[in-house]
Design a binder for this molecule. Structure first.
Ligand code: MN
Length: 259
């Protein structure tokens, strides 16, 4: 299996290397890594069209993996890998393992999810995977899960083209199982911090803490709260089908310009 690995935390991120080390143990997996040369979290689906993109091979002491770092965004890395670096299309793409969750509506900002989405747009079955904490992280369980599922997905025709996985950051033995979920809603409070600089000008920092809604339902946010690995199939088509119906009952007028 040809496996493409990328991320948005950058080429030195421990979550990326946990995946690579786990994958190269498997004799049937041939790994290509193309990842940003720096932290690129929360860059969404940005691509670089106004400047050149650098790509350099990173020395790696196993013949099972080729590793590249790029000055591009996560989505650039996937385009470069699939259309520039790899001789044949990958059988599967894993983006991660991200440091921190990518749950609910936050997927719109996520470089991790956007890299997987780019894979799906290029016709590659793709998985975004995140560990739901920022400190004292052990990526072992998430890496095991990702590689095992990648092997299944490469064989199973019914596997969806894009999934978003969030793994609770708890000891492997405490994980309660796997839940197939839909995207929840992430609401933040105190989202903007205002500060004053020494010259009296204001500056702002986007931050905020998630408001826990306490709901028990079939969303990804609820699943990880219940110590379950959440797996959400995502689609590229954002069309609101009911919106088409609603719009078809509306009348439209062109704005007119009268001299
Ligand atoms: Mn990240």
């Amino acid at each position: 299996m040809r496996l493409l690995i990328t991320n948005d935390d950058g080429i030195n991120a421990p979550g990326l290397w946990a995946l690579v080390e786990r994958a190269i143990k498997h004799p049937d997996i041939e790994v290509t890594v193309v990842a940003p040369d720096r932290e690129r979290s929360a860059t969404g689906h940005a691509i670089s069209i106004h400047q050149p993109i650098d790509l350099r091979e990173v020395p790696f002491d196993s013949p099972r993996a080729r590793v590249f770092a790029s000055s591009g965004t996560p989505a650039d890395c996937v385009k470069l890998a699939v259309e520039g670096v790899m001789e044949e299309k990958p059988d599967f793409l894993i983006s991660g393992i991200n440091r921190g969750p990518n749950l609910g509506t936050d997927v719109f900002y996520s470089g991790t999810v956007s890299a997987a989405l780019e894979g799906a747009l290029l016709g590659v079955k793709s998985m975004a995977i995140s560990l739901t904490a920022f400190e004292n992280l052990d990526y072992t369980a998430a890496a095991d899960f990702a590689i095992e599922q990648a092997l299944c997905a490469a064989l199973e025709g019914s596997w969806p083209c894009l999934v978003n996985v969030n793994v609770p950051a708890i000891p492997k033995g405490d994980i309660a199982g796997v839940a197939i979920t839909r995207l929840g809603v992430q609401i933040y409070k105190d989202a903007i911090k205002r500060r004053e600089d020494p010259r009296g000008r204001h500056w702002y920092w986007l931050s905020g803490v998630v408001v826990e809604n306490g709901e028990i339902d079939d969303t990804d946010t609820c699943a990880v709260r219940r110590n379950l690995i959440s797996i959400t199939p995502l689609r590229v088509d954002l069309t609101d089908v009911r919106g088409i119906d609603a719009l078809s009952r509306c009348s439209f007028r062109w704005p007119t310009c009268e001299a």
